[in-house]
Design a protein around this ligand. Structure first.
Ligand code: SAM
Length: 339
């Protein structure tokens, strides 16, 4: 007890957290813990942060719902009509708030995450009731009953109201075991695809899970995640060093796949790449300074590709995939860019 008090008094919070993380990692390495969630080792549970997260989930969720409705030729206003559609979100993260907006617009929903986040009272017992309040205030015409059920559920993990599939999108065998069915009408993701280890494989899994004519909306962040001011340093890392870092951090750094490559992978897997909206770009001076240090396969890329730091991909499942479609997809990516 005394030692614990001395420890607390002597070390600042940040250092104590680092030591705690190192201890957890040791336990994970020795197989005494299943895994440490790299994406959320700590998160802010303050009321102000939760308010911000509620707002973001509502905006993202309405964005998905409108995009999915538009791609499927459904009404988007005054409300997106997702009645009777099935929507799967990949990597929802801390909450399933965005997915609950799609449910309120009429969809059947499910989530798939390699490392599902478990309910934590200090955060989720505040998040969901606030989410429901804000959602009902803003869009009273939609049906918030699923969200309200989750807000009422004591210790309510997301899978109290939607199916949460624990599987690695990049791992065929884990996917085969966890998701037998095919044929979601829409698959969406926000800042999740850059964390999978094998994106070609993940694109094929997405195609397998999407019905013919179904759609995909994926926001992908192409930065190295640890340093927002130097977002492309990982392109200079030797492959072996990068692979070790990527595996150790459950992909948190980002997988280095560039925007045009990703468009090609989607096309190869059987998607028609309808649009690539670039949302954020790097400083061209920074990119040109870094270019000579990049690994050759990145150094040779087109400047537009290197500048792309984040983009939203809109897809339609068109066929069985093949080399011809890869070329068509890469072309669509260039032509369809806006933003
Ligand atoms: C950066 S978080 C994004 C969370 C949320 N979509 C958001 O925008 O806040 C990435 C999410 O993807 C999940 N993820 C990482 N690798 C994955 C994989 N290979 N397959 C499925 N989900 C994965 C993580 O567990 C995490 O929930």
């Amino acid at each position: 007890m005394l030692l614990r008090r001395l420890y607390r008094a002597a070390l600042p919070l940040g250092v104590r957290r680092l030591l705690a993380e190192a201890r957890l990692r040791r336990l994970v390495r020795r197989g005494r813990l299943a895994h440490l969630h790299e994406h959320y080792p700590h998160y802010d549970v303050s009321a102000a942060q939760i308010e911000e997260d509620v707002e973001e989930a509502l905006i993202n969720g309405m964005g998905y719902a409108r995009d999915v409705a538009a791609l499927l030729g459904r009404a988007t206003s005054p409300w997106p009509n997702l009645a009777g559609l099935s929507v799967l979100e990949i990597g929802p993260g801390l909450t399933i708030g965005s997915l609950l907006v799609c449910a309120a617009a009429g969809a059947e929903t499910a989530a798939l995450d390699a490392f599902p986040v478990r309910w934590r009272r200090e955060y989720h017992a505040s998040f969901y009731p606030r989410f429901v309040e804000a959602a009902q205030r803003r869009w009273p015409e939609l049906n918030w009953s699923l969200a309200a059920r989750l807000a009422r559920a004591e210790g309510g993990d997301a899978d109290a109201v939607v199916r949460v599939i624990a599987a690695d999108l990049a791992c065929a065998s884990s996917m085969q075991e966890a998701v037998a069915e095919r044929g979601f009408d829409a698959i969406v993701s926000n800042a999740a695809l850059e964390h999978v280890s094998d994106m070609s494989q993940a694109a094929r899994q997405l195609a397998r899970l999407t019905r013919l004519g179904g759609v995909g909306v994926h926001l992908v962040d192409f930065r190295q995640h640890c340093d927002p001011d130097r977002p492309l340093e990982f392109l200079a890392m030797p492959d072996e060093r990068f692979d070790r870092l990527f595996a150790r951090r459950q992909g948190r750094e980002g997988n280095r796949v560039r925007a045009s490559e990703l468009a090609g992978m989607f096309a190869q897997a059987g998607f028609d790449v309808r649009r690539v909206d670039v949302l954020d770009r790097a400083d061209p001076h920074y990119v040109e300074r870094l270019r000579p240090k990049m690994q050759p396969r990145f150094a040779h890329l087109d400047i537009a590709d290197l500048l792309t730091l984040s983009a939203r991909f809109k897809l339609k499942r068109s066929g069985n995939g093949g080399p011809g479609e890869a070329a068509a997809g890469a072309g669509a990516a260039q032509g369809g860019r806006s933003g």
